[in-house]
Design a protein around this ligand. Structure first.
Ligand SMILES: Cc1ncc(COP(=O)(O)O)c(C=O)c1O
Length: 390
């Protein structure tokens, strides 16, 4: 099965992650486990669809056709039991572009938008760059597992917050929110008339024994819920840029369309359209295999840390391919741990960049081949042992 997930050398292929890694580490072969994309090829069905599309040879202006909408509807029905109407779906190039447009369309400058930290590090600057303010609603942590602070959120809603930006599954802490948690969150949003923006870009990357519940499961109960999703993380096609927004509320859709038009934001490009269609039409088996692969990678990581840093704490990985590890037992915070690893040729994401109480953590992307992860863990082990000696 791991044949699907062999290493692709991404150096020299315009990879943002490897460009950044080269700027940080002088090592001749740095392993970057930082930016959330994958170091193996996309699904063969996508490569084939792209080859055919390139063979066509004409790449003029594109617009999403019937097949695009149908592929999204069927994928969401098959995998998540969501019955989406075609008219609810708006094509978009990127999830972040869509969130920025939604924030501008649905709020006024100076308004506060709630986020649950630690969370995907672009949310905060994105909100700020639209002239809105961030209302921090930190997650609560048990021993290693995180939960929403709904009381804290209610206080913010009561004091005027009208938009909640949810990360579901949650990057970087690996939670897949349960139906009950989502139901409580949505009840709060409904009570206060707030809009829930649910970024579900990691939805397909799920522990094989768990089930993803989309906020869209609650469309029947509350219409001010918006899903923002893409096949980009799932299939390692983020560089192609294909995403979509799902909004059952007519007014929200109209405002979002106006915001897209004002910024001249159109559909995904011709190759991205084909990639999304192929992914959603034929990618099920590949995604299921990837989920097994990620679970194995996680177990590998747990075993290695138990050996070289036994008192480290690793958050349970319910979803996403991002491990969240408290490395403070090394005597270093996450930032120092990350910097110390550069000469060893491993690049991680320091927890502090995700906000909240995350100084002790590093985030480690597991979306590489088994042999690549093993090599990265070997280097981390060397680093930890060298630190202990000092
Ligand atoms: C939660 C989350 N949302 C959005 C993105 C970026 O999405 P896009 O590249 O479609 O803008 C990422 C990338 O890591 C992410 O983790």
């Amino acid at each position: 099965m791991d044949d699907f997930f062999e290493t692709v050398d991404r150096k020299g292929s315009d990879s943002a992650k490897y460009k950044r890694a080269a700027a940080k580490s002088d090592h001749p072969d740095p392993i970057a486990l930082s930016v959330a994309d994958s170091d193996y090829e996309t699904a063969p069905v996508i490569k084939q669809a792209l080859r055919e599309r390139v063979g066509h040879g004409a790449f003029g202006y594109a617009g999403a056709g019937e097949r695009f909408f149908q592929a999204i509807r069927e994928w969401n029905a098959r995998r998540y039991g969501l019955e989406l109407e075609k008219s609810w779906i708006l094509p978009a190039p990127k999830v972040l572009t869509s969130i920025a447009a939604l924030v501008q369309a649905l709020s006024e400058p100076g308004e506060r938008i709630a986020i649950q930290t630690p969370v995907y590090h672009v949310f905060e600057p994105l909100i700020q760059s639209t002239g809105r303010k961030v209302a921090h609603n930190p997650l609560r942590i048990g021993d290693t597992r995180y939960e929403m602070d709904l009381k804290g959120l209610e206080a913010q809603l009561a004091s005027g917050v009208r938009i909640v930006l949810l990360c579901s599954p949650h990057n970087p802490v690996g939670r897949v929110w349960s139906e009950q948690e989502l139901s409580q969150l949505i009840t709060l949003c409904r009570t206060y008339g707030a809009t829930l923006l649910s970024d579900e870009i990691h939805a397909d990357i799920i522990h094989p024994d768990r089930r993803f519940v989309s906020a869209g499961a609650f469309f029947g109960e509350y219409s001010k819920i918006v899903l923002i999703n893409a096949p980009s993380k799932t299939f390692n096609i983020a560089g192609l840029q294909a995403a979509y927004v799902v909004a059952p509320d007519r007014h929200i859709r109209r405002r979002l369309k106006e915001a897209f038009q004002a910024m001249h934001i159109g559909a995904p490009n011709v190759l991205a359209l084909r990639a999304l269609e192929a992914a959603y039409e034929e990618g099920d088996g590949w995604v299921d295999a990837q989920n097994v692969h990620i679970q194995r990678q996680y177990e590998r990581l747990q075993a290695a840390f138990a050996d070289f840093l036994p008192a480290s704490k690793i958050a349970p990985l319910e979803g996403t391919y991002l491990a969240w590890v408290d490395v403070s037992s090394s005597g270093m915070d996450g930032a120092a741990f990350t910097e110390g690893l550069y000469p060893y040729g491993v690049v991680l994401s320091p927890g502090v960049q995700f906000g909240g109480r995350s100084q002790a953590y590093v985030r480690i992307a597991l979306s590489c081949s088994l042999s690549r992860l093993d090599e990265a863990l070997r280097r981390m082990g060397d680093f930890c042992r060298a630190q202990m000696k000092e």
